[in-house]
Ligand binder design. Structure first.
Ligand SMILES: NC(=O)c1ccc[n+]([C@@H]2O[C@H](COP(=O)([O-])OP(=O)(O)OC[C@H]3O[C@@H](n4cnc5c(N)ncnc54)[C@H](OP(=O)(O)O)[C@@H]3O)[C@@H](O)[C@H]2O)c1
Length: 400
């Protein structure tokens, strides 16, 4: 059986979508209309079997998803076969596959990964795990770093040139074992490439049916507006949690104004909000680095003051009969009805615990009090090391 045959035989929605695209193309319809047709035909939730979590859905741009997603950001560890997250938690590939499959069985519908995670390894694991489950999820992946397409070696920092984006997507489709990416996200704005050129490449991929929607991660606000004017954005994916509330100033209002969904990365503050970090915690630097060892807000001089936020989380978790992780995720869900966190974990028990956040409700008075408590804590230390920080809030250059 050819690759194309294999895809369509397992993917009746995909076949229907491609037929729609072919019809629309032959009628000379605009790319955004093609995109709209594609998203209708491939709406991942419609027609899915009802499950325990049915009814717990929220709008995320053009999608309807379970309120808590799953982040799949893993890389090879120094021990052969080990798969590690950024914070020194590890498992192996079969366990990672099992975690994703269990999450989808439990009703998770938003799965996030990226070319750069591994590189390639996380997409390969997600592709393996989603065999037979692909139509149940909204699959997000990202491009944007300068990674050799064959070896996975980093060549430079960023690369969002249109021809490179198209090559990356071809490789991603192979690794993810799918015929389409539901949301293709630019993994940080490239200061060398006008956003209009990036969106031009996305439009071509949408017209070909390889990408259904797109998003930006940590963009400058004007870049959001410029991209959205070219082709409506589905999501913005930024860091947002009780530990980092930066998006509240400008990015969330723009998303609200333009109807763009918001996905929060590091929604548990890189594990800090779960109560697993102490004032005297120190983070591994070798042989496998815990990313927090490089992050100023986790430095020995910052941690003791920052523990005041953990105290707030624990107090409110007790008050709401929840765990700290659930409380931190429920706080995000309560901020806007179009926000979806993607907590990362290496443990099925933690994943299942995190899904419980969707059931927690705050009265308006509780939310007011909780927000007041959160705002009262001033976090010490920057959220990212300087070399990573410079990739955030970047405005793309104007069209040449
Ligand atoms: N767009 C971007 O630039 C960007 C950047 C970073 C991340 N992301 C995405 O965002 C996702 C999540 O971010 P993240 O992994 O950095 O941070 P996170 O979700 O805030 O925290 C993950 C940490 O929390 C722990 N954890 C999770 N659930 C727990 C629970 N119920 N109880 C106790 N500990 C728990 C995990 O350890 P255990 O394994 O022990 O559970 C892990 O150490 C990533 O997977 C990735 O998809 C995107």
């Amino acid at each position: 059986m050819s690759k194309q045959d294999t895809r369509t035989s397992h993917d009746p929605q995909g076949l229907q979508r491609r037929q729609l695209l072919a019809t629309a193309a032959s009628l000379g319809l605009a790319p955004w209309l093609l995109s709209a047709c594609a998203s209708q035909a491939a709406a991942p939730v419609a027609g899915a079997p009802r499950d325990r979590t049915a009814g717990q859905r929220r709008k995320l741009g053009p999608f309807e998803v379970y309120p808590v997603g799953l982040g799949c950001q893993w890389h090879p560890g120094s021990v052969p076969g080990a798969v590690l997250d950024a914070y020194h938690s590890g498992f192996d590939r079969p366990a990672a596959v099992a975690l994703i499959r269990r999450a989808v069985e439990r009703g998770v519908t938003l799965i996030d990964t990226a070319e750069a995670y591994g590189p390639f390894l996380s997409e390969e694991i997600v592709g393996e795990a989603l065999q037979g489950l692909r139509d149940k999820v909204v699959l997000e992946t990202k491009f944007g770093f300068d990674i050799d397409l064959k070896t996975g070696k980093r060549l430079g920092v960023q690369n969002s040139r249109p021809e490179h984006i198209k090559q990356v997507v071809e490789a991603q489709l192979r690794r993810l074992r799918t015929d389409r990416i539901d949301v293709l996200i630019q993994h940080r704005v490239d200061p060398q490439v006008p956003i209009e050129e990036v969106v031009g490449a996305v439009k071509d991929l949408v017209a070909e049916g390889k990408v259904l929607h797109y998003g930006l991660s940590e963009p400058g606000v004007q870049t959001i507006r410029r991209a959205h004017a070219e082709l409506p954005l589905a999501v913005i994916q930024n860091e947002y949690s009780m530990l980092w509330r930066g998006p509240e100033a400008q990015v969330l209002p723009v998303c609200e104004e333009l109807g763009i969904g918001f996905v929060c990365w590091s929604p548990l503050g890189m594990g800090f909000l779960t109560g697993s970090v102490q004032a005297d915690s120190r983070f591994e630097t070798s042989p496998d680095m815990d990313f927090r060892a490089m992050v100023p807000r986790f430095a020995p001089e910052a941690l003791p003051a920052n523990m005041a936020l953990v105290k707030v989380v624990k107090h409110w978790a007790e008050r709401k009969s929840a765990t700290p992780a659930q409380l931190a995720l429920a706080w995000l869900l309560a901020q806007k009805p179009w926000i979806v966190p993607i907590p990362g974990t290496t443990k099925i028990a933690h994943m299942e615990e995190n899904l419980g956040a969707a059931a927690i409700r705050f009265t308006p008075e509780e939310l007011r009090q909780l927000n007041t408590d959160v705002v009262a804590v001033t976090i010490q230390g920057a959220r990212l090391p300087p070399a990573v920080m410079v990739l955030s809030g970047v405005e793309a250059p104007l069209k040449r």
